[in-house]
Ligand binder design. Structure first.
Ligand SMILES: Cc1cc2nc3c(=O)[nH]c(=O)nc-3n(C[C@H](O)[C@H](O)[C@H](O)COP(=O)(O)OP(=O)(O)OC[C@H]3O[C@@H](n4cnc5c(N)ncnc54)[C@H](O)[C@@H]3O)c2cc1C
Length: 446
């Protein structure tokens, strides 16, 4: 690879080619997985370029294509699976400084923004106009829009709007191709689908169009029940009722007691539901909770965001909070069958006490389901394989949180749209190499 020539060609841009910052910008949050650490820790870019405009992205993409240098896009670097780690070195293209809102239509709520926009900052922009992002990971304060679309999957809002890849959650992309003379393309929702959650392996986003949702003064609510079964049944009742709920998380008591308190009082003992609910839903939530023997122990408006937020005890922040004092924990991501009772019993019977229960309510394929981010103490690769087998045998769909490729972290199968997009926009296979399993020298693997 012609790295020296490439550096000379890009010398007027903001470059990092040595020191701890080079290492830091080559890594993300893969430390959650003891399986990924030995594989990803040694990986390092030869050069990081911090781009500030589409024109600079075009320069970098063209130079990489001409000199045959791999290119890995990067946002805020909060991904959990090494999505932004350059497996083959080369250039890491950091787009986190591209932070312009290009367009917003306050009538339709359609937003076009550059990839480096932080999600919370976008909500700060939208809120005074009566709008909000539909979906956000629990890394709402830090994650970038580009990184979320390329590397995220779901989050707060998924109980209403489904998963990120569901049609309708991404309306368009501006993409720079990795070719000697890069093209800047405007892709509509149908074509953009092939780049959604493809780990930035088939094109560089320079603008993203998403639909916003009407702003709502979401209230943080915590309910504590006397048993896991009572809490889960209440969670299902609340989300199937005609109540506006933007997030609902179940934490079994062993996890709740390890979570930091939201206010000045410690958590009561019990199994919890953590919700984001519309103010109009609160009276009914309280009466349904009371009928189920659950106690309301926290309520506060989410906006403006101050201090520790309830959403920062949910999604993968549950694992983060747990690992702060117990780093021996890791987790696995699984879509649970419905009903969840027999599944949970089968796993608990096989390994009493090993797997902890943290579930999030999501809409999947139009139906309400529980997705688990299940914490457990790491016992090695063989135990992980056995656990994955048992989760599948009990009817779960495992999205392996200990895998490097798009496919292995997803449904396990090659998505022909993602491979076709790579062939069209990255014909030499330079973009984030090693992440799209379906791409082997341009051939589609079954
Ligand atoms: C504590 C914690 C909680 C989390 N909770 C959630 C959650 O609730 N839901 C969820 O989905 N994820 C979650 N994540 C994972 C991650 O935070 C999110 O997916 C986040 O949106 C990633 O954004 P980022 O800017 O950090 O992207 P990065 O990690 O920098 O990149 C992610 C992917 O996007 C690609 N990319 C970045 N910018 C571009 C670009 N301009 N063009 C093309 N590709 C690009 C990168 O190559 C990489 O493959 C969590 C992570 C942590 C550590």
């Amino acid at each position: 690879m012609g790295l020296a020539e490439l550096k000379t060609e890009l010398s007027q841009l903001d470059l990092v080619d040595q020191g701890p910052l080079l290492q830091q910008l080559s890594h993300d949050q893969f430390g959650f997985s003891p399986s990924l650490v030995p594989r990803l820790q040694p990986c390092c870019a030869d050069l990081v370029v911090r781009a500030t405009s589409t024109e600079e992205v075009v320069q970098v993409a063209g130079a990489c294509a001409r000199h045959g240098v791999p290119l890995t896009p990067r946002g805020a670097g909060t991904g959990n699976y090494g999505q932004a780690v350059p497996l083959e070195g080369g250039v890491v293209l950091d787009t986190s400084a591209m932070q312009q809102v290009r367009q917003f239509d306050p009538l339709s709520g359609v937003l076009t923004a550059e990839p480096g926009c932080r999600l919370l900052e976008l909500d700060r922009y939208l809120q005074p106009q009566g709008w909000a992002l539909r979906l956000a990971p629990s890394t709402w304060r830090t994650a970038s829009l580009g990184g979320f679309i390329a590397g995220g999957s779901s989050g707060v809002g998924s109980v209403r709007w489904g998963l990120l890849r569901d049609p309708g959650n991404l309306l368009g992309l501006e993409v720079v191709t990795i070719e000697p003379e890069p093209r800047v393309l405007q892709l509509d929702a149908a074509v953009a689908r092939g780049l959604n959650h493809a780990y930035g392996s088939n094109g560089i986003f320079t603008a993203i169009t998403v639909p916003a949702a009407p702003w709502q003064d979401w209230q943080e609510v915590a309910l504590v029940a006397e048993s896991a079964a009572a809490a889960l049944a209440l969670g299902e009742q609340l989300t199937t009722a005609a109540l506006e709920i933007d997030g609902l998380c179940f934490l079994e008591r062993r996890l709740l007691e390890r979570m930091p308190a939201l206010g000045s009082s410690a958590w009561p003992r019990g199994d919890a539901l953590l919700l984001l609910a519309a103010p109009a839903a609160l009276p009914l939530i309280e009466s349904m909770a009371s009928a189920a023997g659950a106690e309301l122990c926290w309520q506060r408006p989410q906006w403006p965001p101050r201090g520790l937020l309830l959403r920062e005890l949910c999604w993968n922040h549950t694992t983060l909070q747990l690992r702060a004092n117990a780093p021996e924990f890791t987790y696995q991501l699984v879509l649970l069958p419905d009903p969840v009772g027999p599944f949970m019993e089968a796993i608990a019977e096989r390994w009493p006490g090993w797997v902890h229960w943290h579930l999030e309510r999501v809409r999947q394929g139009g139906r309400l389901r529980w997705v688990g981010l299940l914490p457990f103490v790491w016992r090695g690769e063989a135990a992980l394989a056995e656990l994955n087998g048992a989760l599948k045998a009990a009817g779960g769909l495992v999205f392996n949180a200990h895998a490097i490729s798009v496919e292995d972290g997803g449904l396990g199968v090659v998505d022909a749209d993602q491979v076709a997009a790579k062939r069209a926009y990255d014909p030499a296979g330079l973009c984030n190499p090693g992440k799209l399993r379906g791409w082997r020298s341009g051939a589609v693997e079954a």
